[in-house]
Design a protein around this ligand. Structure first.
Ligand code: SAM
Ligand code: SF4
Length: 320
């Protein structure tokens, strides 16, 4: 379906839990009260929403959270979504801790690709950022996905002080057939408390380090990432410049929160609940609400103007 600005909206991000086994300091508060289990949509209800979304032109679904692999039945949900007519791609964004254990099930259920969030390869720094010593589990998860031939993209959010950490991260793209992507910190949730590391600055240094770097001419993936090829690298490097490279003109997505609210844009608090409609099996109303979320998509975010950001919830609650 097209929105009011002529953009085709074919991508739905679905948060399937607000729970997480990490406490990334720009994402999770230290004192957390999780939603009650029964406040979450069931897997069947999530699939029912996705079925109506597919009828309105959604083609790609990304499962996220919180940590989606903490939700029992996550792999089964992937299989349910893959069977919906019109859905071409089901992918997952995860911190990677449980990936090795789930790799085969996810592969069997037809997962198309995985994004693994990993901000550093330094164990001490990893602990500082996330609160846990889980780096070896994440690396094992990445290898497990490559072993079952599921494409892997690493997503890294850099913080001031980590400016050189990216060099270690891109070494992963040199050695392994995966993409390493840098996402600029957005002023959502605790992200507001952090300084943004500009992707342009990283790219400039990367050009000096690898003069043979070339911009990938094709558009790869479902999102706003711009990719670069580096000579001798098995994988690619990508830049998602949420702050310095406003990409709203090409935005193709809406979001479903763990509580069952549809959100037109990450930046604003506006949302509509789909809970009652899906629980009562009112397919017409579910469809109407999805259409509302698409029609209400604003022209662009306002991350550069703090007063205009009306989203006050944590990233893990709204599904980053
Ligand atoms: N737990 C999963 C994970 O870490 O991939 C899925 C949910 S997490 C909220 C999704 C992504 O949002 C992660 O890559 C995380 O780094 C990113 N994120 C969280 N807060 C952010 C912020 N303020 N700005 C930019 N990215 C953020
Ligand atoms: Fe959890 Fe992902 Fe947020 Fe980290 S970024 S606290 S892994 S939801």
């Amino acid at each position: 379906m097209e929105d009011l600005y002529g953009r085709t909206i074919d991508y739905l991000r679905v948060s399937i839990t607000d729970r997480c086994n990490l406490r990334c300091r720009y994402c999770m508060p230290q004192e957390i009260s999780w939603m009650q289990e029964d406040a979450l949509l069931s897997l069947e209800e999530i699939a029912a929403v996705c079925r109506e979304a597919a009828a309105l032109g959604i083609r790609k679904i990304k499962l996220t959270g919180g940590e989606p692999l903490l939700r029992k039945g996550c792999a089964r949900l992937v299989g349910m979504l893959k069977q919906i007519p019109g859905i071409e791609q089901v992918t997952l964004t995860t911190n990677g801790i449980l990936l090795a254990a789930e790799a085969e099930a996810l592969c069997r259920q037809g997962l198309d690709a995985v994004n693994v969030s990993l901000d550093t390869l330094d164990a001490a720094r990893y602990h500082e950022i996330t609160g846990f010593d889980k780096l070896p589990d994440v690396l094992a998860g990445i290898e497990a996905m490559l072993a079952v031939s599921i494409p892997v993209k690493i997503n890294a959010v850099l913080q001031a002080g980590d400016e050189s950490g990216w060099r270690e991260l891109i070494a992963l793209a040199r050695e392994r057939p995966l993409s390493v992507r840098f996402i600029e910190m957005m002023p959502i949730g605790h992200g507001k408390e952090f300084e943004v590391v500009s992707n342009e600055a990283v790219l400039q240094q990367l050009r000096q380090m690898e003069p043979g770097l070339k911009k990938e001419p094709r558009k790869l993936g479902n999102g706003p990432a711009v990719y670069y090829m580096l000579p001798g690298y098995a994988g690619r490097v990508g830049m998602i410049s949420a702050m310095h490279g406003k990409f709203c003109a090409g935005c193709n997505r809406i979001r479903l929160t763990a509580a069952g609210e549809l959100k037109p844009c990450l930046c604003y608090g506006a949302s509509v609940s789909i809970r009652e409609a899906v629980k009562s099996g009112d397919r017409g109303k579910v469809r109407q609400r999805i259409a509302w979320a698409i029609e209400k998509k604003p022209q662009g975010h306002a991350f550069d103007c703090r007063e205009k950001i009306t989203e006050t919830r944590e990233m893990a609650r709204i599904g980053g």
